[in-house]
Write a protein that binds this ligand. Sequence first.
Ligand SMILES: CSC[C@H]1O[C@@H](n2cnc3c(O)ncnc32)[C@H](O)[C@@H]1O
Ligand SMILES: [Zn+2]
Length: 436
Amino acid sequence: MKTAYINAAFFTMDQKNQIFNNGLMIIENEMIIYIGSFQNQLVEEAENIVDLKGKWVMPGLVNTHSHIVMTLLRGIGDDMLLKPWLETRIWPLEAQFTTEIAQVSTELGMLEMLKSGTTSFSDMFNPKGIDADAVMEKIGETGIRGAFSYTIFSLGTEKEQQAHLLEAERFAKKYKTSANGRLTTMVAPHSPYACTTEALLESVRIAKENELMIHIHVSETDYEIADIQQRYGHRPVEYLRRLGIFDSPTVMAHGVVLNEEEREILKAYDVRVAHNPISNLKLGSGVADIVRLLDHGIKVGIATDGVASNNNFDMFEEMRTAALLQKGMYKDATKLPAKTTLSLATRVGAEAIGMNSTGSLEQGKQADFITIYPYDKEHLQPLSEAASHLLYAANGRDVCDVYINGQLIVKDRSCLTIDEEKVIYETNRLQAKLKR
Ligand SMILES: CSC[C@H]1O[C@@H](n2cnc3c(O)ncnc32)[C@H](O)[C@@H]1O
Ligand SMILES: [Zn+2]
């Protein structure tokens, strides 16, 4: 069935960055089959017409690195550096997670992501003590597109670590293509510091044998660089390169502390970077040099990280912060201009996590898009500067509708796939049970 979307301004975020004011988009079988100027004949041929009534339409946002299962930990452990934050606050709390907590935490995160315009995300979750299948079931029900990683940590006895790796591989295989192709998996050794060399080598094997991407935290802090250098005689990038991690397509979260030689390696191996500007600021890790990464031709996506270090999943805030930081750091307002930054949060981010079929409004792409109704919003006036407002003035609460695969998931700010009231009630009931 063909559906025509009319009466809107379409921001394609494709290579040409086109804007079709009062344009037309036609969707058939979950795909965009036409995007462009209004054509009466095409509208007449469509079985369905959706009047978008002056809205702005753009591709759904792509969050390239998150920890959805941590959402219940928002606001806990503020104002700490990464190492003590993980070791004294986050990991002891995650150790108390049950499957019920993980499911509610996931639903809360999904609700927030969807309502703020994220249609695709790449997530690493801590599976300790929880039924990962039950979490996947919840995610599948929401309608979102995602790549999930069952995180590999080197904790416990040799036998426990073997069992953990087996389970990570089972999970990666089982969900490689699931929920009608919307959900997929990656292999995720947590980081060079939380995994043994053996676990990293096993990750390389699992990724290769199953043709999966790798998702890993790398070069997040000065401490990590010194620690890995001392333990293995190399900085993290060279250490991982030698182990073969980058022989599979890899998404590296952070990349805050990198030198020129390392950027050359990332480019040579087509390693992609998930840039988490707010988390990096909040944990006192620093500011990644995105300008240099882009100058090297490295694919960079925008990401929030988990909400315990952000403290929200608002990708509008995230991309604005990304742009402002580079301008400030370089004392050069031309760095990371609006269009470039918007493309990192959409098309380029999608490519970075291997989702080439989404991220822009183009013929042949999946129909993942969001709408914003600007007329009653003072901070989105004057209307003529819409392209600027999307980066510099809008926020996640401006998102009106969200479509994934052409399916309406959020309608007029109500999520159709999640019981919002119940999730908020359960969040507070379960969070109160955690020993802090
Ligand atoms: C085991 S899944 C992911 C796991 O990583 C931890 N985490 C969250 N944010 C960060 C970060 O910025 N760097 C390193 N590790 C992080 C947290 O325990 C998550 O559950
Ligand atoms: Zn992270």
